[in-house]
Design a protein. Structure first.
Length: 357
């Protein structure tokens, strides 16, 4: 019976499977392998967590958490040239930037070991803000704003007041506009590379106390600034997407989650319970080493490798309801101790095929 199923019906069945089950289905026969590779992900399952070292001197690697089986695995990323640093995920791919002088971006699929350099930018620059917009399952755009220009030019290095955009359909960069120099300075010096796209605006949070948020309207090339609730007292703060709305996670005495509403008002949507806070912080009072990563539908709070983590996810069958889930840290794999390292966390929905390569 299974052998005679039409390919469109089989693809619909495959789209419901979790990534690990889909990978096993691909090994059954040639026809299933071909059909499974063309099956788009419907994001019905929790994202997988990638834990990468922030600093590495040799070949790259990462530890990946399977939320369905609650297991950790090690993946070699030796096919990714070093020195490189992971900064975001896009449609099942990991976006890397070179850590050499001039910015060079690349993408890879950590599960299929595919790798591709993106074309060089129109303007050589270092440490700009980088934003990602997923247009569809096979289409994305990358925005690069600010950064330092080439120091070899007459007059030395300066802040670059331009914005470039990469379109995956055309595999090209283009300069799409200018920006105020003061914003270029703030994004270059104080902004991490994490961005959130919501309702036509790319947002970055600046890490200087007090926290603030810079927004870029991609259609009109306009910039705006948002305040952050308790921005001068938060010990950590991060932006995540949630139901198409900009969402802020931060903590000092407690941990809160706010959602941006009408007229730029922040609405409190969640407060972490005292028991979860005590367990996550291990009896300490400071949130200072806490990091946060989010994708549509869920968020994860983490610290360093080997330590337990907290996820905030959609409840199965409930579109608007979310719950806290405990994730056991990656301390051992196959009875071997995992070395401790400063962690960069990413959430990804595994994709076994991509037309980008």
């Amino acid at each position: 019976m299974w052998r005679n199923l039409p390919s469109d019906l089989l693809a619909n069945i495959f789209s419901i499977l979790s990534p690990d089950s889909l990978a096993r289905a691909m090994t059954v026969c040639r026809e299933w392998h071909k059909c499974a590779k063309c099956t788009p992900s419907r994001l019905r399952h929790p994202a997988w967590l990638l834990a990468l070292p922030c600093h590495t001197r040799s070949s790259l690697f990462c530890y990946v958490h399977n939320p369905t089986l609650q297991t950790w695995h090690m993946l070699s990323l030796s096919f990714v040239p070093t020195p490189s640093k992971a900064i975001a995920t896009i449609n099942g791919l990991v976006l890397f930037k070179s850590t050499t002088i001039a910015l060079q971006l690349s993408v890879c699929n950590p599960f299929t070991r595919q790798f591709k350099y993106l074309p060089l930018l129109c303007i050589a620059r270092t440490n700009p803000a980088i934003g990602v917009v997923e247009v569809g399952s096979n289409h994305f755009m990358i925005y690069v704003a600010g950064g330092m220009s080439d120091a070899s030019k007459a007059g030395g290095a300066t802040y670059e007041p331009t914005v470039e955009m990469y379109d995956s359909q055309f595999d090209t960069w283009e300069i799409i506009g200018t920006m105020p120099v003061e914003i270029a300075v703030r994004l270059t010096v104080w902004s991490p590379n994490e961005s959130v796209y919501s309702n036509g605006v790319l947002y970055w949070i600046t890490s200087a106390r007090a926290y603030s948020i810079m927004g870029f309207q991609v259609q009109t090339n306009r910039w705006r600034e948002l305040s952050v609730p308790m921005g001068d007292t938060l010990e950590f703060a991060s932006l995540i997407p949630r139901s198409g709305k900009l969402t802020l996670v931060g903590g000092n005495v407690d941990a809160w989650i706010w959602e941006l509403g009408v007229e730029d008002d922040w609405c409190l949507v969640e407060k972490m319970g005292l028991d979860l806070k005590t367990r996550f912080l291990g009896g300490k009072e400071s949130w200072g080493c806490t990091k946060c990563v989010g994708v549509e539908g869920e968020m994860c709070l983490y610290k360093e490798s080997g330590l337990d983590m907290l996820a905030w996810r959609k409840v199965v069958g409930e579109c608007s309801k979310r719950e806290w889930c405990w994730i056991k840290g990656c301390s051992t794999i196959k009875d071997k101790q995992v070395p401790k390292f400063t962690t960069k966390g990413l959430l990804i929905h595994p994709n076994l095929s991509s037309p980008v390569f």
